[in-house]
Design a binder for this molecule. Sequence first.
Ligand SMILES: Nc1ncnc2c1ncn2[C@@H]1O[C@H](COP(=O)(O)OP(=O)(O)OP(=O)(O)O)[C@@H](O)[C@H]1O
Ligand SMILES: [Mg+2]
Length: 355
Amino acid sequence: MTHTFPASPPAGGPLLSVRGVDVGYRTGRRTQLTAVHDATFDLYPGQSMALVGESGCGKTTLGLGLLRLLPRTGTVSAGNILFRRKSGDVVDLRNLAEQDLRRFRWNEAAMVFQGAMNAFNPVLRVEEHFLDTFRAHEHRARRRRELLEHSAELLSMVRLEPARVLPSYPHELSGGMRQRALIALALALRPQLLILDEPTTALDVLTQRSVVEQLTELRERLRFAMVFITHDLGLAAELADRVGTMYAGRLVETGTTRDVFHRPRHPYTSALIGSVPPVTGDLTVPEPLTGGPPGIGALPPGCSFAPRCPRGIDECTTTRPELRILRARDEGLSHAAACLRADGAELSTEEATRD
Ligand SMILES: Nc1ncnc2c1ncn2[C@@H]1O[C@H](COP(=O)(O)OP(=O)(O)OP(=O)(O)O)[C@@H](O)[C@H]1O
Ligand SMILES: [Mg+2]
């Protein structure tokens, strides 16, 4: 695949550099469905990026693929996932051997899974989950008391009362408490990257709020980078420095939260934001989206969004648009969109020179 993105991370550059990544699932003896196509983006240390898009667009698949946590039928079938390790070495996670991967996960990158509130083993007390995590990662030599003190510190960071939570069984905690405990557990070994998949979806609004506030505080304190998967654009706007919009398995727009939400350049992003028309361009009357995204096994030729696009032209049904940088910026903050018509909606000089 050709990209307008640099091929490799510059020195001192991104923590994560994803290039042309395809992720597929085997669905029969000979059938393989590609659920994520050609994902390409950079994430810098300490940065947070929200992945947004309709159900089934591939957000979870991409998140799992990045950390090689896919189910057995899933594979990363193309591309590079370059990660700058704590040692400073840049490795392609696709090439990491299973043993190395085990050391890498939790220590350098951790994931809180979608629907993770039930991820705790119901027959183990919360403290055993923490101890197991430490022990599985070269903390064998440290004493139980010391490890429990560390666990308590982590739980306090998410405002849970360690004396109550550590000896509890998971079912003795509320959903919100379990979710916070899981976030604390994911951060136990101080990873540089945390991937959170819809961490607040099952929570009531107030609990959601407190989880979001704690995540913000934790990031300020521990400075980990974050990929935040959500379909809640409000949360994305609040938590993320950058946004990636996905449609039918492709990243169709990436940029700073401000660029993507205030000046969307892909009609699908505009539609997601509630049909607010882009500041520039010829879409003046927002049209509600009709229909649904295509199935991953039946993508139309050309742009997958073309059948629903209010701005489509004939060429969109035959030519697939690449994700192109429309406005270059450092540190992965460029604004890029995969739309043939994005050029037709150029920024005004005033906008192009702002900030
Ligand atoms: N284990 C699997 N086997 C086959 N196909 C799968 C598997 N998991 C996901 N898919 C398919 O891959 C596509 C992307 O699914 P994915 O779960 O990544 O979407 P998502 O964006 O996370 O959706 P949601 O917002 O509902 O969580 C979907 O078409 C889904 O049916
Ligand atoms: Mg998902």
